[in-house]
Ligand binder design. Structure first.
Ligand SMILES: Nc1ncnc2c1ncn2[C@@H]1O[C@H](COP(=O)(O)OP(=O)(O)OP(=O)(O)O)[C@@H](O)[C@H]1O
Ligand SMILES: [Mg+2]
Length: 425
């Protein structure tokens, strides 16, 4: 009997211990979830504060943006610890170039969207088709240079842009540019995108309007009537059919919290929505580097007098029926954009600050260009190797090349900050 009572007591004791342990672990879980929510809310409130500044109607209020941004990043990250303890490495980077149709309308499993804290997962990347492959671009450039232009007509925006038809019936947008800076900006932006592995810009090639150039012989009169100089170098960009407008996605509007690696929020999205957001993350990095204000940034500026601007199509951004974003009209990038940086930098920084999610390959290229400090050399090389008229059109000035490298460095630091902030979550 005594033995039986002792066993019963021991059993009761064990059960009590198990119950205490269970209750304790549940409490810990709840505490963790609560902590995370509080962090997110704190983050949201700062962002909303920043956003409301942006939507303010006066330019004076817009000038306050960087200060708030500083507050937003401060006291949260030990910068040196991030770079020492969590280096972003190139290990395990593998990109599929195959892609597939973006048709799914079902939500994607939340835990398979993000990898290593701040990167779109390889699983999602795998579904992203290459918009314009290197091979396609080379073939198009070759064909475009060897084809006669048989007509020039409106259809590519301003009169300084004309829709050209080649003798085989295919088309291109010809950009004359108000000055050589614009043609340079357009061309160098294209080659910078190719350095970054961003394939969303249609193939581009330069051509001289020169009287000797047989390519323009059939439209010589039209060129004269447009008052285009015979010595000018113009850019030709492949004409893409069936493009439609693109509205800025909700997470990137000024009233939103931005695009951050929160599984809970991304988990509600379909594959098509995720793939579009992924392309936007590339676009924002690209426009930051080139200081191109003629897309999302000009919308932010317009908010001062047009509170619904974000609900309309974004300038110079289009979409193919397959869902590829097409970044057109990059004339403001690199040259003109750098010249007017004083005016636009607040907006560029603000847009960049709203994104902490990246394509691994794009981030890796930025990291490489930061570490080797050779952005100018790389850009010059890819430009010279692919563009026969590179020497005639010219390249970035020393000053602009320095600005580009500085922007690469700033972007690198931004990526590290994001990594420090989100990889422990
Ligand atoms: N490569 C292209 N393929 C197809 N359509 C194009 C292409 N480039 C330009 N377009 C068409 O021409 C329009 C104007 O193009 P673009 O932005 O280059 O010129 P713009 O003079 O700056 O005009 P906007 O002031 O509308 O921006 C685009 O919205 C698009 O409809
Ligand atoms: Mg335009």
């Amino acid at each position: 009997m005594r033995v039986f009572s002792a066993n019963l007591l021991a059993l009761l004791f064990l059960c009590t211990c198990a119950c205490v342990l269970y209750v304790w672990s549940r409490l810990e879980n709840r505490l963790e979830i609560h902590k995370r929510k509080v962090q997110e809310l704190g983050f949201k409130s700062v962002h909303v504060e920043r956003s409301s500044d942006l939507s303010a109607k006066t330019f004076r209020a817009l000038l306050a943006v960087p200060a708030v941004q500083k507050l937003y990043f401060s006291n949260r990250i030990d910068f040196r610890n991030v770079s020492d303890g969590n280096p972003v490495t190139s290990a395990n980077i593998h990109y599929s170039t195959s892609g597939s149709e973006m048709k799914s309308t079902e939500s994607e499993p939340a835990d398979q969207i993000i990898e290593d804290g701040i990167f779109w997962s390889e699983r999602i990347e795998h579904h992203l088709p290459v918009a314009f492959s290197g091979e396609h671009a080379r073939a198009w450039r070759h064909k475009a240079l060897g084809s006669r232009v048989v007509s020039l007509e409106p259809g590519c925006g301003r009169t300084s842009n004309q829709l050209a038809t080649f003798s085989d019936g295919t088309k291109a947008c010809v950009r004359y540019g108000i000055n050589a800076d614009q043609v340079q900006g357009e061309t160098l932006s294209y080659y910078l995108a190719s350095l970054l592995g961003i394939t969303n810009i249609p193939p581009l090639v330069l051509s001289e309007l020169d009287g000797e150039n047989e390519q323009w012989a059939s439209v010589r009169r039209k060129i004269d009537s447009l008052q285009w100089s015979g010595r000018a170098i113009v850019s030709l960009t492949e004409w893409i059919v069936n493009l439609t407008g693109v509205v800025t996605p909700e997470p990137l509007r000024q009233e939103s919290i931005g695009l951050h690696p929160f599984q809970e929020e991304l988990g509600n999205k379909t594959m098509a929505e995720l793939l579009e957001l992924m392309q936007w993350t590339d676009l924002i990095l690209f426009d930051y580097l080139t200081a191109n204000f003629d897309r999302l940034v000009s919308n932010l500026f317009s908010l001062q007098w047009d509170s619904r601007v974000m609900e309309r199509d974004t300038s110079n951004l289009l979409r193919t029926p397959r869902g590829d974003l097409v970044f057109i009209d990059n004339e403001a990038g690199l040259v003109h954009g750098y010249r007017v940086l004083d005016m636009w930098e607040k907006y560029h920084s603000s847009v960049l600050g709203s994104v902490c999610l990246f394509r691994r390959r794009t981030a890796q290229r930025v990291i490489d260009m930061h570490r080797s400090r050779d952005t100018r050399t790389r850009l010059l090389q890819v430009y010279r190797d692919n563009e026969p008229l590179a020497a005639d059109l010219g390249f970035l000035s020393e000053e602009h090349a320095r600005i580009l490298q500085n922007r690469v460095d700033t972007l690198y630091k931004h990526i590290l900050r994001c990594k420090g902030k989100y990889s422990q979550l």
